[in-house]
Write a protein that binds this ligand. Structure first.
Ligand code: BES
Ligand code: ZN
Ligand code: ZN
Length: 463
């Protein structure tokens, strides 16, 4: 059975049925039958609807319809929806709705007997939206890839399985995949990554993904790919460390962004560097007080094996520079402290070119991947001084842990490079399972990274 989706922003609207005030409240869903026809209405009343609101409504409607077996198709009149937000382009509205619709239907059922939920097909009253619909589907698919990776348990998504998954995902696409196997890591200069991953029965690897659709500016994306973080020798003691299966959320965001950029044929040159390790305690694990030597000669004393993310990210950042990247963007579930600072909705964003941070915040609002500018207070370098090596991976201060992590990383960034760092430890899961966010991972960072990359390309002239 088909149902017509009717966005409502006015209790006086003449829709041929009675509309009560509460039906127009934002996000309120009501099912109505009029003369044998089914209508599902959704309230869109708000001072100013944003694209994120439209995504929310798409997800909300999808979930409302999925509960009922009788609905197999739904027709939405985008004209009505657009009239509530005519300051947005109609294409933006369609893309956002379709994106939310598909993400709202996401479920991770790989290890359940339960079959995937039935499809509710979205119908459009006009073919003119085809391109916008396709873009919404591409965006949702890319975010779903990141959600899938994060939702996989650590015994299933080992570094070896991860690289196989990448090879399948990008087979016959514009993205080339190179894997640096465990026994090649040291020869290829990734000794710290090899050492951080040495304690696990699942050996470490590094994946390099390249998308070269353009030759002007080379951007590197570095994603933390810790498939499980038990803390290593400094073992975590919390009650719910199962959460740490998502400690590869940064790498998942990068994979999703590469897919999004590739599937939309974006004219970009991007290299993704993904150190994939499992941080556990074992006879071969690295130890607090160990010294790691990086490819540029910099040495790091391991103050704490649980601060492993910055160790592998530093390896990725150095490799990105060796490959000649102009701009380096890293993303990681790096510190618990970022959640103390910003709560669970907004990730922290840092850059050695601070003036750009507000524009990334705006991109975050547009994409739904919210970020807030954070400072790199270089005076805190004293907190990570080491008696033995050039720098320590653990701060002596109990304060500002997300900032000292960023200060640590800056030690590896060459002065003439543009560098952006995103700490997403607090946003790898949705802050609320609502709208287009469902149980499990949020798929955070995919859309933001893709938009930052695109914005970098379009501002080449201003560099
Ligand atoms: N993976 C964690 C950070 C994290 C915490 C992610 C909570 C998601 C939720 C990271 O490797 C870590 O353990 N960081 C430590 C650093 C400390 C030892 C300097 C932290 O944040 O406590
Ligand atoms: Zn850790
Ligand atoms: Zn970690």
């Amino acid at each position: 059975m088909n149902t017509t989706l009717v966005p409502l922003n006015n209790s006086e609207a003449d829709m041929g049925f009675i509309i009560h005030e509460e039906m127009v409240a934002f996000g309120e869903v009501t099912h109505i039958q009029v003369a044998g026809e089914m209508y599902v209405t959704v309230g869109v009343q708000k001072a100013k609807l944003t694209t994120e609101d439209i995504r929310f409504l798409g997800g909300k409607l999808r979930q409302a319809l999925q509960k009922y077996a009788r609905y197999t198709t739904a027709t939405i009149d985008f004209g009505i929806l657009h009239s509530s937000c005519n300051y947005l382009e109609i294409d933006e509205v369609v893309t956002a709705f379709v994106e939310g619709w598909h993400l709202g239907g996401y479920a991770f059922l790989t290890y359940k007997k339960e079959q995937p939920k039935k499809e509710v097909r979205l119908q459009f009253e006009s073919a003119t939206y085809e391109v916008a619909v396709k873009q919404g589907e591409i965006r949702a698919e890319a975010v779903s890839v990141a959600r899938d990776l994060c939702n996989e348990p650590a015994n299933k998504l080992t570094p070896a399985v991860y690289v196989d998954t990448l090879q399948q995902l990008f087979h016959q696409t514009a993205v080339s995949v190179e894997i640096i196997e465990t026994d090649q890591l040291i020869a290829r200069g990734f000794e710290p990554t090899a050492i951080v991953g040495a304690g696990s029965q699942y050996p470490p690897k590094v994946a390099i993904l390249t998308l070269k659709n353009n030759d002007t500016k080379h951007i590197a994306l570095v994603g933390k790919g810790v498939t499980f973080d038990s803390g290593g020798t400094n073992v975590k003691t919390g009650s719910n460390i199962g959460e740490m299966k998502m400690d590869m959320g940064g790498s998942a965001a990068v994979v999703g962004a590469m897919k999004l950029l590739a599937d939309s044929n974006s004219p970009v040159y991007v290299t993704a560097i993904l150190p994939l390790v499992t941080n556990v305690a074992g006879k071969d694990s690295y130890l607090p007080s160990d010294v790691l030597t990086y490819r540029n000669g910099l040495t790091v004393e391991v103050g704490n094996t649980d601060a492993e993310g910055r160790l592998v990210l530093a390896d990725g950042i150095l490799y990105a520079q060796e490959m000649g990247a102009d701009t380096i963007i890293d993303i990681a579930t790096l510190t618990g402290t970022i959640g103390q600072a910003l709560g669970l909705k907004t990730a922290g964003i840092f850059s050695n070119q601070e003036d750009n941070l507000w524009s990334y915040k705006t991109l975050g609002e547009q994409t739904g991947d919210y970020v807030w500018p954070m400072p790199i207070t270089s005076d805190y370098q004293t907190y990570i001084d080491s008696n033995t090596a050039d720098v320590n991976n653990m701060s002596t201060s109990p304060f500002g842990g997300a900032i000292t992590a960023a200060v640590f990383l800056q030690n590896f960034v060459e002065e003439d490079k543009k560098w952006i760092h995103i700490d997403m430890a607090n946003t790898v899961r949705p802050w609320k399972e609502e709208g287009y966010y469902v149980t499990g991972a949020a798929g955070f960072g995919v859309r933001l990274l893709a938009e930052i990359v695109r914005s970098e390309i379009s501002c080449i002239a201003g560099r």
